[in-house]
Write a protein that binds this ligand. Structure first.
Ligand code: SF4
Ligand code: SF4
Length: 377
């Protein structure tokens, strides 16, 4: 298993285990601890030493489970990452309570990598206003948090502002061969590299979308390497980007874990030819988009509450990946109060969209098309 040596005093594995998609007991939502423990044990035997969790994963069960599962191993043999649920924090005292509870849940005197979870502009401004950073620094000085970072979901300018604000030990961004210009994107990765801030990558297979490609899109990749899964191509693409320290994968099955272990033992960066093949795959996928919404959010807020970029994301991903399971999950996650059929056609959003998308016309098609797609066998 490849390790990275960009963190001072720590060389975690390049492949990190994301603790948000453990197997669950059907019909209950509870983590299937027996199966999940087998995965953790196999991951450790395979050389994975970076384990990432967060307060809300599996509705709070992920931290508790990982605490139990990892307590079987010497504390110095693995690195633990968890995150402050910024959206729940309204005071320093509350953040302190959460932090203390997390150390208890994880059965550990310290966390190796601690992140402000899910930063966007509003969340960041709240953290600054509440002076949460000085609290984290207090915990760091006491040896309870070893490295401070943040995970990020907003546009590049917000990323740059946060990244330059202080001397972070690391940061975590979404990156895959389809999201090169989305959120922080490759530009953000390059900025972090120029500031010598190591980057942990999440969503390397875009929430599973790049693990199962439409047949005609996957063909060139399959022909080039009949043994390689689409996930392996996606992982290798991320691992080939300079500045990427750790790549997280939320593995649910032993098959996914074995495939990833194989990919990273050791990981082979893409050759020039292979890079072109992946670029061609991305081009073919993008050609299937319904529209060019970049998720910039300039069109918001909508007076009727429509989540315009969220609606387009579901619609576009459905068209591109043709994955019924993922479309169903994304559609279910879209708040009924924010769905496209709430649009009253005022037209305000269209005056603000830099991509000049006929938003009303497109929103009007979404509900019918998504529901029709989900009804198909
Ligand atoms: S046209 Fe529809 S989506 Fe756009 S701002 Fe008006 S109500 Fe919202
Ligand atoms: S619809 Fe236009 S303004 Fe709204 S998020 Fe998409 S690209 Fe940006």
């Amino acid at each position: 298993m490849d390790c990275c040596s960009v963190f001072q005093g720590a060389s975690p594995s390049r492949l990190g285990y994301g603790g948000m998609r453990f197997p669950v007991v059907p019909g209950t939502g509870n983590i299937d601890e027996e199966k999940a423990k087998c995965l953790i044990d196999r991951a450790i035997r395979g050389g994975i030493t970076y384990f990432d969790t967060a307060w809300p994963y599996h509705e709070g069960q992920s931290e508790l489970f990982l605490g139990r599962a990892l307590s079987a191993y010497p504390r110095g043999s693995y690195f633990l990452a968890t995150k402050l649920p910024c959206w729940l924090v309204e005071s320093r005292e509350q953040a302190r309570e959460i932090l203390d509870q997390q150390l208890e849940r994880l059965q550990t005197p310290y966390v190796d990598f601690y992140l402000l979870h899910n930063l966007n502009r509003n969340m960041w401004e709240k953290m600054v206003k509440l002076d949460i950073l000085s609290l984290l620094e207090e915990y760091q000085a006491a040896g309870k948090l070893h490295r401070l970072g943040f995970s990020f979901h907003d546009s590049y300018p917000v990323f740059e502002e946060i990244l330059r604000y202080r001397s972070w030990d690391f940061c975590q961004i979404q990156l895959n061969y389809m999201d090169t210009e989305h959120q922080a994107g490759l530009r953000g990765l390059e900025l972090a590299r120029s500031l010598s801030i190591p980057v942990v990558v999440m969503e390397p297979v875009k929430g599973g979308s790049l693990a199962q490609l439409p047949e005609e899109v996957a063909k060139p990749l399959q022909e080039a390497d009949p043994e390689a899964t689409p996930s392996r191509w996606a992982m290798r693409w991320v691992a080939s980007q300079p500045g990427v320290a750790v790549i997280l994968s939320g593995m649910t099955t032993m098959e996914q874990l074995e495939d990833n272990l194989d990919t990273f033992s050791p990981v082979h960066p893409l050759s020039g030819e292979e890079e072109k093949l992946v670029e061609e795959t991305a081009r073919r996928l993008r050609a299937r988009l319904n529209n060019g919404c970049t998720g910039c959010r300039y069109c918001l807020p909508c007076p009727s509450g429509v989540d315009i970029p969220g609606s387009f994301q579901v619609w576009n991903n459905m068209a591109v990946y043709q994955n019924q399971r993922l479309t169903k999950r994304a559609w279910k996650n879209l708040d009924p109060e924010e769905r496209p059929d709430r649009c009253v056609g005022c037209g305000r959003c269209e005056t603000l969209c830099p991509q000049q998308i006929p938003i009303r016309e497109h929103l009007a098609q979404i509900t019918r098309q998504v529901e029709h797609f989900l009804e198909q066998n």
